[in-house]
Design a protein around this ligand. Sequence first.
Ligand code: KG4
Ligand code: ZN
Length: 347
Amino acid sequence: MKILAVDTSCDETAAAVTDGTTVLSNVMWSQASLHAEFGGVVPSVAQRAHEERIDWMIERALRQAGCRMADIEAVAVTAGPGLAIALGVGIKKAKELVSKLKVPLISVNHVEGHALSPLARARTESQDARPKRIEFPATALVASGKHCDIIRIEKIGTYKLLAHTIDDALGEALDKAARMLGMGYPGGAILEKMAKKGNLETYDLPTPMLGREERLEFSYSGLKTAMWRLVQKELPLTPEKIYNLAAVFQNKAFLHVERLLIRVLDEYPTQDFLFGGGVSANSELRKRVRKICRQRNVGMHLPYSKRLCGDNAAMIGVAAGFKAARREFTDPDKIDRLPRWKVDEVK
Ligand code: KG4
Ligand code: ZN
């Protein structure tokens, strides 16, 4: 079933065409530069930018997929979680399309999309020849700018939230640290580059929730405050200091993920592990998570391209494909924005 998917949950205007788990196209327009001067996403700016670009993104997604609008058999849209007025743009467009095309509507949870993104397959075998055979129940980690969740996937469509953040998400914490060090927004990827040149022995920062892993909670506010104090003490910053501070912060932020992940995999063992979300693009974190999985003989699965790590609509199309197979369609008159929709409430 050819699905046209759209996601306008945050600051990417994204559209894609998928067929089952195969990604036929995946395009997005990042608004990051519009929000950079504010150091975070401004909802009203995001809404306007989505409205201006959504038709163009849909056109591009169809063209890249080699499809006409008439080939589309269902429309999928992110209903939440995300910024209410931004979500509204995608939902309105999806309703318009299903009414015009007379095809079913599928509402998708954005976090479910990230969790299932490693199941997406590239259109060409050469890009991704790996089989994606996954044993369920499986474990997923979604680490992004808004979410830091460890999820147990009982089966596709049935989720249990095992760990979540009580304050900042991992990507958000990395972005804030990057900002303290004078890097742009979002700074996670820049921080990664700077951290590569740094020395871990130079500074000391606390490991979040050390010894309290049994609570299965992520928390980055303490680490962030400690980082802020340290940066104030080290002013004025030199490139050398920036590299070291970036390395030390990133290390402690990732150590928190590692400790919680070990706890979860030991307590709720599974054969397969899926890793998605913007921060899953980070090579240092990938390396550390891979090591934890290898030690436990757990198969680790990442999205086949970094374009599927950050916000995108292909992951929404993939999740929608599974929903379509289960005949889980949404009444266009009843669909609503669900800004706080939790992944364990998808049914
Ligand atoms: O999934 P995503 O695009 O949006 C949300 O759903 O929030 O994730 C964005 C987050 C940002 O915090 C960004 O800094 C982070 O992902 N990110 C990275 C890297 N690339 C993106 N963090 C660390 N290392 C990277 N290479
Ligand atoms: Zn996201």
